[in-house]
Structures are given as C-alpha cells and as structure tokens.
Write a protein that binds this ligand. Structure first.
Ligand code: AMP
Length: 440
C-alpha cells in the first residue's frame, strides 16, 4: 500500500515525501480512508504507531478541500486536537506543520505553564487547526480567545492518559461546549471502562480501528530485566552505560525527586544527563528535550508523565530505573524506542519491592520479560523466584545465580562505588542471545 493509493492530494503527498515516509503504517492505512469518508473513529493505538499522521493527514486533506471549495474571510477553528501533555501538543503541532506545509492551512498550539500572550496573538490572527492541552484551552475559552462554534473535526488523543492525569472532567467540560454535529476521532492506547463509557457517549456510530493491542508493542522491542537491590541500581546503570554503543538512553523513574537524583548521580560520574519532570519549567523541559534529540546529552531521565509521547527518532535504549506501578506505563515507556518499526532495547531494573509490578507487566504483555543474569549487582536473597509466563502457563525460573564474571566467585552482591567500573570483567550485558531465551 502506498500513500497515493490512499487518494491523498498532491500537496500532502509532496510533504510526506519530504518527511521520507514511503508507505503508510497500519493505523494510517486503516484510518485515513475512514476519516476521509467522514466517519467517527475509535482508534486503539499508542504513540509509535504513526497515529498522529493517521489523523493529521486526513484532517488536512478535508480542510484543504473545504477551503478550496469555499474560500472564506477570516480563518476560524475547524479542527481541535486535545492531548494531555505539552510535549505531545508540540509534537502534534510539528506534525501538522510538516504534513500541511503545502496546504496553506494554519495551525497553532496552546498549553499551560507558559505565558498566554503569544498564544492569544496566534489565535487572534486566525487558525484552522488548534492543538491544545485541556487546562489552558478551558482558560482561553473562558476568556473568549478560543471560539469553537465552527468546529467540524474533534480529536481526543490519548484518552486513557487524560484519565490517569486527572483531566477527564476538563475534557468533558470542553466536549460540552463544542458543536454536537461534528466528526470525532477518539484515540486511546488502552480502554478502561471509564474511557469506553466516554467513547460511547461522544462518538456517533464509530468504526473501531485497533492496530496495536497493547501487548504487541512489546514484541518489536528487545526487553530484559535485571534483578538488583535498590541501593545498587545507580551502579548498575553506570555499568550498563559503559557500553559506548548506547548513544542515547531514556531512563525512567517513578518520581520527580528520583529523576533528579539519578540525573545528578550520572552527571557526577561524568555522563551527560538531564532530567525532565513536572516541576521543571516548560522552557527547561523543551531545552532538555532539544539537547537530547541533538545528542548533546546522552541520557534523559524522565518521569512517566513528562515523557509521555516524546518522539525521539532513533532512540535505541529505554531503561526503567524503577518499574512503573501501572503496567500500561511499562508499555508506553518501552514504546519510546522501537518507533515506526525500528528495533529498540528496553532494560528494566527490578528490586525486591517491585516484583509484583513485574508480575503485573507480565500479565499485561502476555509474556515474561527475559532475565539478564550476568551482571555484577545481583539481588541479595533472591532465592528461587517463580515468575509466571502467562503465554505458556509454565513458570520461568529466575534469580538464584545472578552472577557475572565479576562476581561469580563471591556469589554475593557487591556494592561497588558508582565511579570506576571501567575495569570490570563482567560479560557484556546484552547481545548475549542466551540471555534473551524465551523472548520469541
Ligand atoms: P506517532 O505514533 O504519531 O507518535 O509516530 C511515531 C513516529 O513515526 C514519528 O516519528 C513519525 O514521524 C513516524 N512516522 C509516522 N508515520 C510514518 C510513516 N508512514 N513512515 C515512516 N515514519 C512514520
């Protein structure tokens, strides 16, 4: 299937060529024709599947056709894309800019945490497409800067995350203020009951498009888990980062404080690292992201919310310094790598307290994450752990002999200083096929 076969107009085809897209991803293949037919859509898909283009391309095509048919006076907002985070909003706006560059359509993006002046200026100049996070949008609507009475296409992006982040009431308020007669495109990576209920109330006779069941993201990413004591995690991270083939790594922590701490430890050890989380100013987050994308920093440490939807081309490694307590977050995290079909590596650190989180993850992804046993910081008192592999209904033995060349004589976990691991004779920590047994 090619983009031409999807009946896209020339200005969009030209832009896609510039982007280097040769063929549509599965969600694009399925969604674009349906959206062009003006159907409501329920898309079960997460970031990394090409879902932004799946809605942005047909929206641009519809609005372009309408503008050609009836050139208007001042521009009015005809499409609204509501998304949970500023980073996602910016990325979606960049996508509209890229795919729509030859259409003459105008878009802008509004989000909180920055002064509203430039946003209201852009709105006053008139836009066809508005990309927004819920809080700032409501604010600007209340102040009369955003008028949505001409809205034709509404996109709710990452609906499940809206719920997780406590935005669902804002979303409902916004939906209550937009025209009832509209086309609605609803995207969510998961479908918890509350999200299903919301979808049922706002969609009209929708077609369901489900490209990536949550478990299958997992399949294209090479995953592994290290059992390690909490106190040794920073040593293990440093040890792993000794591998120079890790050009860039996104490291996840559960808390903002944790992200700062990991970042500081890395910097102290001479590794270029920055942290992003909700306590950082918008400009600090943007800068950190820019430095990471430009490879000025090697490691970006992030919390789940800050990293949601971050789109980094060719990110090779995701490292879960702490496992998420919500198993879906694991899938979102590892989806940062291996994007648009590229292969990626996701490594997780699991301490005693996190074993239940790992079990939940196994249940969700339908497989047991393979264990890397050869590393210098094995979990103390691991004993024989039986971790259920839900695919096979059998048990996978993990632990008890987590030894590397560096530790095999002691059999005891070694607490090494954070610095000075260079001389270790431990086996290479991945790429050892036998370590990935059970990952097929
Ligand atoms: P998304 O799921 O929208 O976050 O997109 C994930 C990544 O895939 C982004 O970097 C897009 O630029 C890229 N992408 C989207 N569609 C295509 C395509 N048809 N071919 C190649 N890359 C794509």
């Amino acid at each position: 299937m090619t983009f031409q076969e999807l009946d896209l107009i020339e200005p969009i085809l030209r832009a896609l060529q510039t982007e280097g897209y040769t063929q549509p991803t599965p969600i694009q293949e399925q969604s674009i024709p349906l959206i062009l037919q003006r159907r409501d859509l329920l898309g079960c898909a997460q970031t990394g599947t090409g879902k932004t283009a799946a809605f942005a391309i047909p929206i641009l095509q519809i609005l372009h056709a309408e503008e050609k048919a009836a050139p208007q006076g001042p521009r009015v907002i005809k499409s609204l894309i509501l998304t949970p985070t500023r980073e996602l909003a910016i990325q979606i706006a960049e996508s509209f800019g890229a795919y729509g560059r030859h259409t003459g359509l105008k878009y802008t993006v509004v989000f909180g945490g920055v002064s509203q002046g430039p946003q209201t200026t852009a709105l006053k100049a008139g836009v066809d497409v508005l990309i927004a996070t819920p809080g700032r949008l409501l604010d600007l609507m209340d102040q009369g800067f955003v008028k949505l009475q001409n809205l034709k296409i509404f996109v709710l992006d990452e609906a499940d995350r809206m719920l997780d982040m406590g935005f669902i009431n804002d979303v409902k308020k916004i939906i209550g203020k937009i025209p009832a007669k509209r086309q609605t495109l609803f995207f969510s990576a998961t479908m918890p009951p509350e999200i299903q209920k919301l979808a049922n109330t706002i969609l009209s006779n929708p077609v369901k498009v489900e490209v990536t069941p949550v478990s299958s993201t997992a399949e294209k990413v090479q995953q592994a888990v290290y059992f390690v004591d909490k106190k040794d995690k920073r040593n293990l991270l440093y040890y792993i980062l000794q591998d120079k083939s890790i050009v860039s790594a996104l490291v996840f922590t559960r808390t903002k404080h944790g992200a700062d701490k990991v970042m500081k430890d890395l910097v102290k050890s001479g590794i270029r690292a920055e942290a992003i989380h909700g306590n950082k100013s918008q400009s600090a987050r943007q800068n950190a992201l820019k430095n990471f994308k430009e490879r000025k920093t090697r490691v970006l440490v992030a919390t789940d919310i800050a990293a949601r939807g971050i789109d980094i081309d060719e990110l090779s490694h995701v490292i879960n310094f702490e496992l998420p307590n919500i198993p879906e977050s694991y899938v979102h995290r590892i989806g940062r790598t291996g994007r648009a079909g590229a292969s990626g590596i996701a490594l997780s650190f699991c301490d005693h307290e996190e074993k239940d989180y790992l079990k939940d993850i196994h249940k969700l992804i339908g497989m047991a994450v393979p264990v890397i046993e050869a590393h210098p910081y094995p979990l103390s008192n691991m004993g024989i752990e039986k971790i259920q592999d839900p695919r096979r209904g059998s048990s996978q033995k993990t632990g008890s002999s987590h030894r590397s060349g560096a530790t095999q004589n002691s059999g005891q976990p070694q607490s090494k200083p954070f610095q000075g691991q260079k001389g270790t004779n431990a086996k290479k920590w991945y790429g050892n096929k036998s370590s990935f047994k059970g990952n097929k």
